[in-house]
Design a protein around this ligand. Sequence first.
Ligand code: PAF
Length: 256
Amino acid sequence: MRVFHTPPEWHTLRPSGTVGFVPTMGALHEGHLALVKTALAQCEHAVASIYVNPTQFNNPDDFAKYPSTFDADCQMLKASGCQFVFAPTFETLYPDGYRYRVTETETSTLLEGAHRPGHFDGVLTVVLKLFNCIQADAAFFGEKDFQQLLLVKEMAEALHHPTQVIPCPTVREPDGLAMSSRNRRLTPAQRALAAQWATILADLTLSCDEATQKLEALDFTVDYVAEHWGRRLGAVHTPPLDGGGPVVRLIDNVAL
Ligand code: PAF
C-alpha cells in the first residue's frame, strides 16, 4: 500500500484501470472497511483519504478531541486490500486558506446544518477538493451520514463532477448501534445507553415526538428526530454518565 501526500505524487502513482475513492477522517472502523470492500468490488483500485478536516467542525473542542490513529488506520486499510492512502496537510488541501468554499442553500440548512452552522460548507468544500485531487471513477459514502451523502451526490451532479457517488448501507454493531469513530469516546455506561438510542430511533411504531420523549426520559439531549427524504433521522447528545464522562454526539437514520 502506498501513502502519498500531494496531488502531483498521485499523478505519478495513479495506476491504469478504474479507481474507487473512500474519503475518511481516520479513526477507522468496520464501516469504513466495508466502503473499501465495496470500492474494490466495483473498481480495480481503491484509494482512501485520511484527513481530519477542520473546516467542517463548528465546535473547536470536537475538532481537538477527534481521535487520531493514523498508523492503526493504515494497517487496517492495508489488510483490507486498499492500495493507496492520500494523507494531505491543510496547506496542500487549502492553498486558498478556505477563501473559496461550496455552499448549498436548501438541504444543508435542515437538521445537521441547522445544529452545526457551517458544517456542510466545510464538508462539501473538502469533498470537492478531494474529488478534484483524486479524479476517481466512483466515491463511496456511508448512509449513516445520510444528509451528507445526499448533499455530496447532489453537488457532484450540480457541478458536473465525473466521479460517481455510490451510497453504501450503514454498518451496525450487533446491538444495533451504527458504527462511528465517535463511539470510541463513549464510556461503558454511555455505550450501553447508546444501544437504546439506536433501538428507539429505529422503532417506527413511535411518532417522532414519542421517540424524542423516550430519549429525553433516558437523559439524552435531543437535537432532532425528524423525517425527510424517505428516512427518519436523529441526533442526540449522550448524558455524561460514569461520574462525568464526555458528552458525545450521535447521529443515525433508518429508511421509512
Ligand atoms: O464523513 C466523513 O468522514 C467526512 O465528513 C468526510 C466525507 C471524509 C469529509 O471530511
